[in-house]
Write a protein that binds this ligand. Structure first.
Ligand code: SAM
Length: 213
């Protein structure tokens, strides 16, 4: 599953250039039986299996070596946003745990003070996609990953709302024209138009992003 989507585009090139790196370990290698079992039935009953604390702990111990932050991807976690991505991009070494089944035994979360991170209010089958979303959002903020720092600074959420509409060549397409102001070369007017568009779109689609001072 890795690098998966992380092997392409700007993040993939940054991986090739050694700006970031990762190792994966397979929890099954830490199983204590001959079948490679990592899960068991839930205490208290109920459908679905739970990943065992002892096996996850052995896996964590094998890679921890001074790393301070352990993240477990979980729908119960704090929801990833751009602010969190910026904070996490400053941390140099992580252990990321991708869950399967119903999730992991609570005791391992408590024992290692693991931080839970969600990528949104829906249920995925496993944490691998969540890990790739998380890594992508952090890596693109590292120096020399995205071509210019201006590109990351001008994106939705970084500008205090959602991005304005984007246009490129051809200037007329299927009878649809590019807004005149963008062809005017007048930087002040362009900036004002973009700000207005961004404010209107944010108000309409994501009023929760608007800060009231
Ligand atoms: N029983 C869990 C619950 O109700 O919260 C859902 C388990 S889910 C089927 C299996 C794994 O997928 C989780 O342990 C987690 O690692 C990952 N996962 C699912 N949804 C996620 C989300 N929204 N954000 C982050 N990870 C998620």
């Amino acid at each position: 599953m890795f690098p998966g989507t992380l092997g392409g585009g700007v993040v993939g090139r940054a991986l090739e250039r050694g700006i970031w790196s990762y190792d994966t370990i397979n929890l099954r290698d830490f199983a204590t039986d001959n079948y490679g079992s990592v899960d068991d039935t839930q205490f208290g009953g109920g459908a679905g299996m739970v990943m065992r604390a002892d096996i996850i702990a052995n896996a964590i111990d094998s890679v921890l070596k001074g790393k301070k932050k352990i993240i477990y991807f979980s729908p119960r976690g704090k929801v990833l946003d751009q602010k969190m991505a910026r904070e996490m991009a400053n941390i140099s070494d992580f252990v990321l745990i991708c869950g399967r089944y119903e999730g992991i035994d609570q005791r391992v979360i408590d024992e290692y003070e693991i931080e839970e991170v969600s990528i949104g209010d829906y249920i995925l089958s496993g944490g691998e996609i969540a890990a790739q979303v998380f890594i992508d959002s952090c890596v693109r903020l590292l120096d020399n990953v995205v071509h210019s720092a201006e590109s990351t600074a001008n994106e939705s959420f970084e500008i205090g709302g959602l991005e304005w509409p984007l246009y490129t060549r051809p200037s007329a397409w299927r009878g649809r024209k590019v807004p005149e102001v963008l062809l005017s070369g007048h930087h002040g007017n362009i900036e004002r138009w973009r700000k207005e568009q961004s404010d209107d779109i944010t108000k309409e689609r994501r009023p929760d992003l608007i800060k009231i001072d």
